[in-house]
Each structure stands twice: as structure tokens, then as C-alpha cells.
Design a protein around this ligand. Structure first.
Ligand code: TYM
Length: 331
């Protein structure tokens, strides 16, 4: 079976609806036909400052959410990135293959370093996409299920794979991004021109582990527009369009069908119905996460086993990489 691989950062107390719709749902769906590797990107998390205690807790809560969302530890290899040292090792080799200007063109660095200024950003934040390329290439996956914001990183990954293969010998498989158009970018409920994100947070960000009351309130106060018509129009009606996309993604109803169903009805109706549809999916996920966190030893066991399986695959690729680069064999 061909492989799929993806990662998620443990940088908040909960994943958000954008993570769930843009990525996690596809992780679950793809485990049917592919051999899946899914990991918690704690190495990427420390590109910005993290409290060690909080990071450790969030890593475990992340693992619980993955399993609660339907990632099956019996079929999928679930692991923590820092527990597989080959990622960092291959990352260094790929850094030496990446041009400084090429790294500079990564828009996420520009966005993330915009606030404090480039000088305040860590070098790790700068080389972040190259570590991501290593994460991916070590497993030779066919697909990488992600949201739209990761597309540029996937392009860099493909470029680096091809460059390594040409300079040395065919080693890596250039992966394809797996991005579903309808959920590639879920927007903030308060600022519907921006993608929902952990860093914006606030009332516009719906957390998977939100209390139902809090969640419903976030949808009730979602920003719409001064018209009254419920119609999908990303340009002119970003708030309403986002609500329709979320509804459609979770209810399985087509956006056009929803437009007809809501004809003559108000935004209030749409908002409360979307909240209900979201709760239908997230309530069991939240409860299951809480149950799983009652047995932390079991979660840690799943992660250790995952790191063992992932490590075997990653190390075998790394051996080829080191050999082709010209390093003396260590054993
Ligand atoms: P992260 O942790 O920011 O996000 C995890 C996944 O959620 C997707 N996503 C969204 N999708 C739709 N709408 C949104 N508003 C939204 N916000 C986030 C992201 O695209 C992502 O798929 N760099 C990665 C982690 C990573 C990784 C990897 C991913 C490290 N190594 C290797 C794939 C392969 C990141 O920061 O994701």
C-alpha cells in the first residue's frame, strides 16, 4: 500500500475547526487505502517559545485528539516527531541543499516573523520548511494531506526531493499535496478574510475541545454582512460563505442545496444550524478525548510504539541519504 504522511503542531490546548476540516478528516479517510504515518510536530513547535510543561501536556492532548478524531493506532503509525531523531538528521542534509534565497521566499516565515520583525524570529523558524521536507521525504509518501497554507512547503519538498535525486541518486519520492478544495481554507468567524488560526484565537476560532455553549456563542456572533441573502460568494460575502462551507463539509449537503434550503430565512437561522451541525461532530470527539486522557500510560504506549515503527522506516531512508552524500558508515 502506498503511504500517506502528515503532521500537526501541538501549539494550542486544542486543535481548531480548520485543522479538523482541512487536515484531520482526510487523515482519517486516507487510512482506509494507504499506509498512514501521522505525527505531532513538537520540533516545529519550538521554533517559537514554548513553556516546557505546557508543551509536554499539549503533545499528549494532541495524541488523544488524533485518536478521538478516528485515527486508528492499529492501522496508522502515530508518533511524536522529536522521538524520531532521523528527522533532524535528514533536515540538516536538506538545509545544505537549500538556497538561502529559496528559503527566504517562504511566505509563512514572512507572515510569522512580521510581528516582532525578522531580527526577533529564530533561525529555526526560518529553516522550518526544510525540516518539514525531511519529515515528509524520509517516509516516501505518495500523498501529504494538508490545508492550503502548506502548499508552498510541499512545493519546496518536491524541489528538494528532485534536487537530491539528481545530484546524488534517486532516493526520494516527490510527494503530492492532498488538498480538498472545499475545506482547504476555513476562515476565522470574526475576520472571515483571514484563515482560522491558533495565533489569532479569540471569538473567531472554534476549538475542537470548546464547551458546547462557548462554541454555539462563537457561531451566533459570527461576522456576516449587511445584506440578508444566504448565498455563497467568497468575494462579497466571506462570512456567510464560510458558514456555508463549514455546514456543507460536515452535513454532506451541497452548498447549492443549502442555499435553496435557506431561501427566505435569516442569518440567525443559518448560524444556529451550523453550530448544531458542528456540535454533532465535535461533541463525541471532545468526550472521547477526555476519556482517552484518563489513561495517559496507554497514550504514551501508542506513541512509543509509533516512534518505533516510524523510526525503522526513517532510519532506513536516512542510511541511504548518508551513504549517497558520502558519509563514512557508522557501523
Ligand atoms: P499546523 O499545525 O499549523 O496545522 C495542521 C494542519 O491543519 C491545516 N490547517 C487548516 N486547514 C484549513 N483551514 C484552516 N484554517 C487551517 N489551519 C490549519 C494545516 O494546513 C495543516 O495541514 N507545518 C505544519 C506541520 C508539519 C507538517 C509536516 C505537515 C510539520 N511537518 C510534514 C505535513 C507534513 C503545520 O504547522 O501545521
Amino acid at each position: 500500500r502506498p503511504r500517506v504522511l502528515s503532521g500537526i503542531q501541538p501549539t494550542a490546548d486544542s486543535f481548531h475547526l480548520g485543522n479538523y476540516l482541512g487536515a484531520l478528516r482526510q487523515w482519517v479517510a486516507l487510512q482506509e487505502d494507504f499506509e498512514p504515518f501521522y505525527f505531532i510536530a513538537d520540533l516545529h513547535a519550538i521554533t517559537v517559545e514554548q513553556d516546557p510543561k505546557v508543551l509536554r501536556e499539549r503533545t499528549l492532548v494532541s495524541a488523544a485528539q488524533l485518536v478521538a478524531a478516528g485515527v486508528d493506532p492499529a492501522r496508522a503509525t502515530i508518533f511524536v516527531q522529536s522521538q524520531v531523531p532521523a528527522h533532524t538528521q535528514a533536515g540538516w542534509v536538506l538545509q545544505c541543499l537549500t538556497g538561502f534565497g529559496e528559503a527566504r521566499r517562504m511566505t509563512q516565515f514572512k507572515d510569522k516573523s512580521a510581528k516582532g520583525g525578522e531580527g526577533a524570529a529564530s533561525v529555526g523558524l526560518f529553516t522550518y520548511p526544510i525540516l518539514q521536507a525531511a519529515d515528509i521525504l524520509l517516509y516516501r509518501p505518495q500523498y501529504v494531506p494538508v490545508g492550503e497554507d502548506q502548499r508552498q512547503h510541499l512545493e519546496l519538498t518536491r524541489d528538494l526531493a528532485n534536487r537530491f535525486n539528481h545530484r546524488y541518486k534517486k532516493t526520494f519520492r516527490p510527494p503530492e499535496p492532498y488538498i480538498l478544495e472545499s475545506t482547504a481554507k476555513i476562515y476565522d468567524l470574526q475576520i472571515p478574510q483571514k484563515q482560522m488560526s491558533k495565533s489569532i484565537g479569540g471569538q473567531g476560532c472554534v476549538w475542537v475541545l470548546d464547551d458546547p455553549k462557548v462554541l454555539t456563542k462563537k457561531f451566533r456572533s459570527a461576522v456576516t454582512d449587511s445584506e440578508t441573502e444566504i448565498r455563497f460568494d467568497r468575494e462579497n460575502k466571506p462570512g456567510v460563505s464560510n458558514l456555508l462551507s463549514i455546514h456543507s463539509a460536515l452535513s454532506g449537503e451541497k452548498v447549492e442545496a443549502l442555499e435553496s434550503a435557506f431561501e427566505g430565512r435569516g442569518y440567525g437561522d443559518l448560524k444556529s444550524e451550523v453550530a448544531d451541525v458542528v456540535l454533532e461532530t465535535l461533541t463525541p470527539l471532545r468526550e472521547r478525548t477526555r476519556e482517552l486522557l484518563e489513561d495517559r500510560a496507554e497514550l504514551e504506549r501508542i506513541l512509543r510504539e509509533g516512534a518505533g515503527r516510524a523510526g525503522a522506516v526513517a532510519e532506513s531512508t536516512l542510511r541511504d541519504v548518508y551513504d549517497r552524500v558520502g558519509f563514512l558508515p557508522a557501523t
